[in-house]
Ligand binder design. Structure first.
Ligand code: CUA
Length: 356
């Protein structure tokens, strides 16, 4: 039993110990594998402060226990008068912490400057945060929701905006975190040195679906990146007209945090609810009362572009406008997707056979 406890404690301590472990995954007890050019520097500062804290925690607690025992009251009624002043000790406990915080300030400032100084040759991606999706726009026009593709070994600058409330971009593997602030542009940069898939989180509480506001970062080899980005920019134009409703399935990623494909009621109506009402008359809450509208192409178009105008009763008025976010053909694809939903997915949201 004791051996087991000692064994597991030793294993835990071994995990706490490394500055950067050399195992294949490269992760430590506290941090995921660092794959960006700045990760080593960030981790170094983290572990410097960590070890200083740990050292003083152990020192203080050990002395406290030791003194409590050593100077405990042994006989009733006897006190030695305590010292009132000790210059050497007071100077020591002032000078040592002062030196430590100067060192911490210096390494922290140096790391901070590295993180805000974007290299001149950085590849730029526009990031738009919106309840509750991430949109990534590349300079060639390629736009993807919740998937950020970047080239390996090249600095990438994220230019970050929010359409509604505070969000925050957090990519733990790259050790970067930057708020997305409404009416302000912020930025962050990184250089990913290893191809792979990494997680991006929203790390500013932004409403009910905050926890699902995640994205994938795909670090691709440079040639592969160029190829994929070129394909992403043109994909919607290459979809044949009779396949346009299928293309809506890919665009659905932007809708998925608020609309379901399996009939579940989320922040907004399931696409099945809208699909099933196609061609029928629907009563909506307008600003001044109720209006009646037929669920058709124009209804969907307005719902996407001016969502605040009319709202399906019992749903919150929380959808942002996608005006300017979707190409005309993408809009057509989404409309066709809802109208012909039964040809693309089944009632549980799974693609029907023949669709991929
Ligand atoms: Cu967006 Cu939390």
């Amino acid at each position: 039993m004791t051996a087991t406890i000692l064994g597991s404690t030793a294993a835990m301590l071994a995990q706490l110990a490394p500055f950067r472990s050399d195992d294949a995954a490269g992760r430590t007890f506290w941090l995921p594998p660092g794959v960006s050019s700045e990760a080593a520097q960030v981790d170094w500062v983290f572990y410097l402060i960590y070890w200083i804290c740990l050292f003083f925690f152990v020192l203080v607690v050990a002395l406290m226990v030791l003194f409590a025992w050593k100077y405990r009251r042994t006989r009733a009624g006897t006190w030695a008068p305590g010292p009132t002043h000790n210059t050497p000790i007071e100077v020591t406990w002032t000078i040592i912490p002062l030196l430590l915080v100067i060192v911490i300030f210096y390494v922290g400032l140096k790391g901070y400057v590295n993180l805000i100084e974007v290299p001149a040759n950085a590849y730029e991606v526009n990031v738009v945060a919106r309840k509750w999706t991430w949109e990534f726009r590349h300079r060639n026009g390629a736009t993807e929701a919740n998937v950020l593709k970047v080239p390996r070994g090249q600095p990438v600058r994220l230019t970050i905006q929010s359409d509604d409330v505070l969000h925050s971009v957090f990519i733990p593997a790259f050790r970067i975190k930057q708020d997305a602030v409404p009416n302000r542009t912020t930025y962050a940069w990184f250089q990913a040195d290893r191809a792979g898939t990494y997680q991006l989180f929203c790390t500013e509480y932004c409403g009910t679906q905050h926890s699902s506001m995640t994205a994938m970062v795909l670090v691709l080899e440079p040639e592969e990146f160029e190829r994929q980005i070129a394909a992403d920019a043109a994909w919607i134009d290459q979809v044949p007209e009779e396949q346009l409703h299928m293309a809506g399935f890919r665009l659905f990623a932007r809708c998925a945090s608020c609309h379901s494909l399996d009939g579940r009621r989320l922040t907004g109506p399931s696409f099945w609810e809208t699909h099933d009402k196609w061609g029928t008359s629907q009563t909506l809450e307008a600003g001044t009362g109720t209006v009646s509208r037929v669920v058709d192409e124009n209804y969907i178009r307005d719902s996407i572009l001016i969502p605040q105008q009319d709202i399906v009763p019992t749903y919150p008025r929380s959808m942002p406008s996608f005006q300017g976010q979707l190409k005309a053909r993408e809009l057509d694809a989404l409309i066709a997707f809802i109208r012909r939903l039964d040809e693309v997915v089944d009632r549980s949201g799974k693609p029907v056979s023949g669709v991929n």
